[in-house]
Ligand binder design. Structure first.
Ligand code: AMP
Ligand code: MG
Length: 323
């Protein structure tokens, strides 16, 4: 069985084609980049997705050497409604045209499942760090549960918002990582953990007062050290609580080498295994939606009225029929 997966929850429109023997046949995407100084405007991202969809679908079919898949999957949430609607509309069109069933997928769980496939981990804790999301998720008692999450902004949004303050190009994460390498002085920032949840809003407010007084390199260094320590602490707490021995780091921010290093040290100290999938699979992509489609194939249907977008769909509300 071959599944074509569509990702369009936020800034990225991606098409992945994956087989039920776990082979990623293709994984193509295009990402909307806002003009300098701006964040993501959902209507502009939607326009971008509409503009690239046809070409990417054709490209994916060509690269995978198939005429049509046996199944279509589409991310229906969580995400930005205008963007989600582009993906769902395309998915329904293709499903009708090819007469193959369709299944709606949760974007966060798709990150987790492709991480499991890549790492060969069986029962991991996942630290999911992206622009809009920051969550610690693991499987317990029949479903995926969110053990910890941000109470306000996603870690990526924090980096990008800070980047706008100091005139870094979007996305700011990679530039902050480079600058942080040259930082020497640690400046204290609010370290805010409540239970297994984290909060970044206080860090952002505090950063505003620092930028005029300190070197940018030192601020970036302190920003990374503080926020990453918070993320590693809550991940470790979730691992201890669930007694799980595997950690997957995923989402766009997982590209950060310092965060990878801190997670890896924590896991090593606990005798646990650690994996950070390559960025093609860790960032938003179609292959993860396709792979989750294969897993959730039992729920696929041609009854299109049953499938709608679910912009606030939480990982803990997903019916996990494949575990
Ligand atoms: P996503 O929403 O999963 O596509 O991830 C995008 C987010 O990842 C943006 O907020 C980027 O600033 C952030 N990001 C990308 N690369 C890095 C990096 N090397 N370090 C920190 N953040 C990063
Ligand atoms: Mg994502």
């Amino acid at each position: 069985m071959i599944c074509l997966g569509i990702e369009s929850t936020a800034h990225t429109f991606g098409i992945g084609i994956v087989s039920d023997w776990s082979e990623v046949l293709t994984n193509v995407k295009s990402t909307y980049v806002p003009p300098k100084g701006w964040g993501i405007d959902p209507s502009k991202a939607k326009q971008h997705h509409e503009d690239v969809a046809e070409l990417l679908i054709e490209k994916a079919l060509r690269e995978a050497h198939i005429k049509k898949p046996d199944l279509i999957s589409v991310a229906i949430g969580p995400g930005l409604p205008p963007c989600l609607l582009v993906g769902l509309k395309k998915a329904k069109e293709l499903s009708k045209k090819w007469d193959v069933p369709l299944v709606g997928i949760n974007h966060a769980i798709a990150h987790l499942e492709i991480g499991k496939l890549f790492s060969n981990f069986k029962d991991p804790v996942m630290l999911y760090v992206s622009g809009g999301n920051t969550q610690v998720i693991a499987f317990e008692n029949g479903k995926y549960r969110v053990f910890g999450e941000t109470e306000d902004m996603g870690i990526g949004n924090l980096f990008d918002s800070f980047g706008r303050l100091v005139n870094l190009e979007f996305p700011a994460g990679p530039k902050i990582e480079e600058l942080a390498k040259k930082g020497k002085k640690y400046i204290e920032l609010p370290y805010s953990i409540k239970g297994m949840d984290v909060s970044f809003a206080g860090v952002y407010t505090h950063l505003k007062s620092l930028i005029k007084k300190h070197k940018l390199e030192d601020v970036c260094f302190s920003l990374q050290e503080t926020c990453f320590a918070m993320l590693v602490e809550v991940s470790e707490r979730a691992m201890a609580h669930t007694q799980k021995k595997e950690l997957i780091l995923t989402g766009g921010v997982s590209a950060n080498k310092r965060l990878q290093e801190m997670c890896s040290i924590m896991c090593e100290e606990r005798g646990a295994s650690f994996s950070a999938p390559p960025i093609e699979l860790a960032g938003d992509n179609g292959a993860m939606i396709a792979w989750n489609g294969i897993l959730a194939k039992k729920e696929a249907t041609k009854n299109y009225d049953k499938i709608d977008i679910n912009p606030k769909w939480r990982a803990d509300d997903v019916k996990v029929s494949w575990i």
